[in-house]
Design a protein around this ligand. Sequence first.
Ligand code: TXA
Ligand code: MG
Length: 330
Amino acid sequence: MSGPRDGERETAAETVTPTSANLARAATILEAGGLVAVPTETVYGLAADATNGRAVAGIYAAKGRPSFNPLICHVSDLEMAESIAVFTPLARRLADAFWPGPLTLVLPKSATCPVSELATAGLSTIAVRMPKHPATTEIIARLRRPIAAPSANPSEQLSPTSAAHVAAALGLRIDLIVDGGVCPAGIESSIVAVMEDGCTLLRPGALARADIEAITGPLKAPDPESGVVAPGMMRRHYAPSARLRTNATSVGSGEAFLGFGAPPAGVEAAMNLSARGDLAEAAANLFSMLRLLDETVGAIAVAPIPETGLGEGINDRLARASASPPKVRV
Ligand code: TXA
Ligand code: MG
């Protein structure tokens, strides 16, 4: 038998339940520069101490992530958030309304921000979020520092919504997996840049646009020419290996139909994101159903999803997953 592959360990990371002792153990591993997969309400994150450049480098290596792509820093309280980012009154109102929860704010970095330059990819801004999962909040509070945590999947693959997904893809590359159950939201946080000249929705996600706009007013679209963008919003992303066809109203030969609501006449759905047409349920099922179908079929046809509420985030993920692979990988 051959030995472990590059960057892989001899033994797989242990998956542990979120007992107080195990959360203390997770914090100790992070303190020592290790990598711990942690549950959040959106997807599982791959965490390192955000202030430790070597530890953050370990995240990029484990994921195979292009190093220009900055990471979200997760905090356990507002004081920690304000130590790394500059909050305008509007940013503060957003945090008050939606934290802890699935909203990431991109803000100017504070002058004394201790977060590693590698985590922010050298930008003058920083992405901050207070996740809503008691296990992860306790780990961060014990560490007393923010954790940098991208979704805990190999770069460009589907985000994990269970501890088992993380173990299968990254078990040999990380130190510990904290099992906090299945992620209730199922797609990543919405990302909003709050700048002097207005707010931009950098990534639609688990918090609906209308909820954010109730506080910010109309959100701008990212503008690669002049404004702020999320470097990670590469066109192909969240990709299964199977070919994916969106807005499908019929099923072709060799395709499995992934439904939403009642399937079209004559079409049998292999799986249904939400038989009752509920977008929150569809978001929660999206990545796990794509994974299951990906394991069994070579082509997936997905029913149309309305572009309202959480549908915007779901359609964004589907569009990226169905984009043809880039000719040159960057
Ligand atoms: O729900 C989530 O947000 C999950 C959980 C684990 O919290 N995290 C997540 O992280 O989705 P990740 O790394 O997969 O996506 C972070 C996105 C990337 O597209 C990145 O380019 C963008 O955030 N980003 C990070 N810092 C930024 C910054 N300073 N300016 C603009 N975009 C930024
Ligand atoms: Mg990701």
